[in-house]
Design a protein around this ligand. Structure first.
Ligand SMILES: NC(=O)c1ccc[n+]([C@@H]2O[C@H](COP(=O)([O-])OP(=O)(O)OC[C@H]3O[C@@H](n4cnc5c(N)ncnc54)[C@H](O)[C@@H]3O)[C@@H](O)[C@H]2O)c1
Length: 436
């Protein structure tokens, strides 16, 4: 099948390489020249484990092509995936300008029947909008369908998630579009991946409901952790005790400085806005957002408590990306905390295995930040160490060496990657989240 994916970001590029892996002929388009040039040089514009190999395979087998020529890419495809960004607007709603621009370009190049599919996370009713734009802009009597196929991959394990999803959701009222998309996902269909076929609007809502529910779980356990700090209980054991209940499940019960990334913060805000627009006050989503914002300050207060005062102190900061295995720092709690520490007069010695370049663009001119060559180098001469992102390599540090590098043996572990008892026995003053 001939597939075009518009947008070569985290979702678009993985989708394009994934469909090429399924045996389709895929064109991946982006409007940023530098991105396409990078891809055509055989490099990946961002850090995502396993993606380089998958892209290399697709291009070598001539099933995957990168171009800026969107007109040709549209004309040649039967299925067109829209995978451009839908960032938050000032009022919290999703900014659909990129999606709408793409819809107009598709309409101008509609030369025969096509299925236009939104992979981008879009508010309920966006499929209707896209349909209206194409209908108004197209020339002649060419037919098309618009379907919704939200993406659930996680950055850091995006390739695995795309090739082994928990489910595939397809929203369309058109029999032809449904049949074509089922065919496109055939390798997963044959592997017994659950499929949810539904209406376009329901499909659009499934994505926001899923992300907001996961965000709510995180905010919930963060509040339990805050309570644990006050009543002298251990949140890890609480989470374990809860998670063993099959109705609850163990995932997303890890306390920390609040969720971040390009999805949860914007998707919770967008769901609140979607509800607001139809006169519904979504209390749980509101609280989820509020708790998350508050949690950043809980983390900073903890660091402040550990440091005495932050003014003039040097903080070794381990982790800058919003989660491990990515260089994505969009809405990263670690970067937010770094900014708050700088505002309070601290100096930072940061280390992150992948995100120092992306973070340095945001942190430049905001205060004194040194980018270290490794964790021990970050700790050198620092007054305290803060673990802000739970990269695996931080779990396995030589703690004796870390202690020797630090000026004071103080660790604030915002991700609970160390054992409090062990840290204390090694002579550290240790702060975790909900593990006093
Ligand atoms: N990142 C994730 O983990 C994730 C997971 C599931 C869903 N999503 C959703 O997928 C969508 C894309 O997210 P992302 O993280 O891949 O974004 P991204 O910012 O990494 O990539 C978007 C790409 O689209 C390109 N683009 C924008 N307008 C264009 C146009 N008119 N023509 C061609 N290219 C254009 C941009 O240059 C950029 O490369 C969003 O709606 C997001 O909510 C993201």
């Amino acid at each position: 099948m001939r597939v075009t994916v518009i947008g070569a970001g985290y979702v678009g590029l993985v989708t394009a390489a994934g469909f090429a892996e399924f045996g389709n002929e895929v064109i991946c388009v982006d409007k940023v020249k530098e991105k396409i040039d990078t891809l055509n040089r055989g490099e990946i514009p961002f850090y995502e484990p396993g993606l380089k190999e998958l892209v290399e395979k697709g291009t070598k087998d001539q099933r995957l092509e990168f171009t800026q020529d969107i007109d040709r890419a549209i004309k040649e495809a039967l299925v067109i995936f829209i995978a451009v960004g839908t960032p938050p607007r000032g009022d919290g709603g999703a900014d659909l300008s990129h999606v709408e621009e793409v819809a107009r370009t598709i309409a101008k190049n509609l030369n025969d029947y096509k299925v236009v599919v939104t992979k981008s996370t879009v508010p309920v009713g966006t499929g209707d909008k896209i349909e209206a734009i194409i209908e108004e802009t197209k020339k002649g009597e060419v037919e098309f369908d618009v379907a919704s196929n939200p993406e659930f991959l996680r950055e850091g394990s995006a390739v695995y998630d795309f090739l082994h999803p928990d489910r595939v959701v397809i929203g369309t009222e058109s029999d032809s579009a449904r049949a074509i998309l089922r065919d496109l996902y055939r390798p997963l269909y044959l592997r017994d991946t659950p499929f949810v076929f539904t209406t376009r609007k329901t499909s659009e809502l499934i994505k926001y409901a899923s992300n907001s529910f996961l965000a709510m779980k995180i905010s919930f356990i963060n509040e339990i952790a805050n309570l644990c700090d006050l009543v002298d209980a251990d949140v890890h054991v609480v989470a374990k005790g809860m998670g063993l209940d099959g109705r609850i499940g163990p995932k997303f019960l890890h306390p920390g400085p609040g969720y971040g990334g390009s999805c949860f913060p914007k998707d919770t805000m967008a769901l609140r806005k979607i509800a607001e627009e139809v006169g519904y006050h979504f209390k749980l989503v509101n609280s989820t957002i509020e708790v998350n914002q508050q949690q950043r300050e809980v983390a900073v207060k903890k660091i402040e408590e550990a440091a005495g005062s932050l003014k003039g102190k040097t903080v070794a900061l381990l982790g800058l990306s919003f989660k491990p295995n990515t260089d994505d720092i969009r809405e990263s709690p670690a970067v937010d905390i770094a900014l708050r520490l700088l505002e309070r007069g601290a100096k930072i010695r940061a280390f992150d295995p992948a995100a120092m370049k992306t973070a340095s663009e945001v942190l430049k001119d905001k205060g004194e930040v040194l980018y270290a060559k490794d964790s021990y180098n970050a700790a050198e001469g620092a007054d305290l160490l803060v673990v802000a992102t739970e990269w695996n390599q931080f779990r396995n540090l030589n703690l004796e060496r870390l202690k020797e590098s630090l000026k004071e043996p103080v660790v604030v572990d915002l991700r609970n990657i160390y054992e409090p008892e062990k840290m204390k026995s090694l002579g550290f003053k240790y702060w975790g989240m909900g593990r006093r």
